[in-house]
Structures are given as C-alpha cells and as structure tokens.
Design a protein around this ligand. Structure first.
Ligand SMILES: [Mg+2]
Length: 234
C-alpha cells in the first residue's frame, strides 16, 4: 500500500531542459567562430566532459558552464577569446536566472495527490538554483518535505526512505526521467509513474527500465498521475 509519493521537479513540474538546450545552442554558435560545429565530435566532446566532471561539480547549470569552458578551451586549442569566455559565463547566468514556468496541470496534480498521500519534492542540481526555483514555483507549501539531493541513485532513495520512516513498497516516485526518478525506486522495491517530457538531457536517456515492469505506469498528462497511483492498488 503506497503512503508516500515523491515528485521530481525539473521537467516534471516546471520547464528546465529547454533552458539548458538553448544555452547549448548559443554555446555552439560561439564555437562556430573557431571550428565546424556541425562536426558530431563537438557535441560529443561536451557531453563527455560533462560526464567526466559530474562527480566533481554535480548536476546543474554551474557544472554545465565549467564543462563548456573546459571543452571550449580544448576544442579551440586555447584560441577562444576572453570576450567569448565571458559570453559562455553569461549563458550560465541566464540559465540560473530564468523564471520558473510551471508545466500544464502541475499544481493541480500535486494538490490532488497531496489529498491522499504524504508528498515530497525530490530534486537534484545546484543547491541555490533549486532552492530559488522551489520557492518561486509557489508549490513549496504543498509538500510535506523538500529534498534537494546531489544524486538520485538507490543509496539516496534508501536514505530518504529511512528518513521518512517508510518502506520502499510504500513509496512511489513521479518523474520525467526513467534513469533518475524511476529506475532506482523500482530497483529498491518501490513504484514509479513516468511522465515523459519531450526534452531529455542525453545523460538522463541512459537507463535499464523494463517498459512493461508491473510497478511502472506511464502517463502523458499530469491530470492522470493520481489515477495511475490509485491503479497500483488493483
Ligand atoms: Mg526531471
């Protein structure tokens, strides 16, 4: 019997990846002055740099910008100008300061679920950025707990379950990322409601979730989240 429901935030309750994608497009525009950005290796090099650095910088805009700078210096063989380094830094500031744009039906879905379950927001990324978005979203008062974590893996979820005093079987996670929101929770014995978003960061696309897993539901509309959760009881 599910008692606790966790909600992911970025691209589950509000827009996020679109800002990162826009920054990446602008970054490639800057690099186009130095090299052929149509070359797939430019794209792959940044992703590889981010993947290597995530354990040092964590997830989020600050880590992305540091990786962009590192990749730009390497790809241009140190020819990138000071002005363009500043432009790349400004791309990061734009991501960190974008207004919070709730996704359709996000507030209603959280309100509906909150009437039946203990609800918790579980989000990863830059601490300051996430704190600001949580406060600006206006959803913060609806949640019983808010957890900003550095990684969403089985040990993190297991620690949270211990904090909440719930067993894995009593917990369901709602989110757009199969890798971060669904796979670790199902692995521990919990439940997952996948709400896909049309934009997904390449690293989040890597997962091993069985699409027919009996403890997984996929909903296209946030209005169906409560129904999906209740369906697990049958
Ligand atoms: Mg997300």
């Amino acid at each position: 019997m599910i008692r606790w429901v966790g909600f992911d935030a970025d691209d589950t309750l509000w827009q996020s990846q679109s800002y990162f994608d826009a920054a990446q497009e602008a970054y490639e525009q800057i690099l186009s002055r130095y090299l052929d950005v149509a070359d797939d290796r430019v794209h792959a090099h940044l992703l590889e740099t981010e993947r290597r650095n995530v354990r040092f910088f964590g997830y989020g805009a600050k880590g992305m910008i540091l990786s962009m700078l590192e990749a730009a210096v390497a790809l241009t063989e140190e020819r990138i100008s000071g002005a363009d380094v500043r432009h790349i830094l400004e791309l990061g500031m734009d991501v960190l300061q974008h207004p919070v744009e709730l996704l359709p039906g996000a507030r209603e879905a959280v309100e509906q679920v909150a009437r039946h379950y203990e609800i918790v927001l579980i989000t990863k990324g830059d601490l300051h950025h996430q704190e600001r978005k949580v406060a600006e979203s206006g959803l913060n008062t609806l949640f019983h707990h808010i957890e900003i974590v550095s990684e969403k893996d089985p040990p993190t979820y297991a620690r949270l379950f211990a904090e909440f005093g719930c067993a894995a079987e009593e917990f369901a996670m709602v989110g757009n990322s199969l890798r971060s929101d669904i796979e670790p929770v199902i692995e521990l014995g919990g439940w997952g409601v996948h709400v896909p978003h049309d934009r997904l960061w390449a690293m989040e696309a890597e997962h091993g979730v069985d699409p027919d897993h009996p403890r997984l539901r996929v909903v296209e509309d946030r209005a169906q989240v409560l129904e999906a959760l209740r369906g697990f009881a049958n």
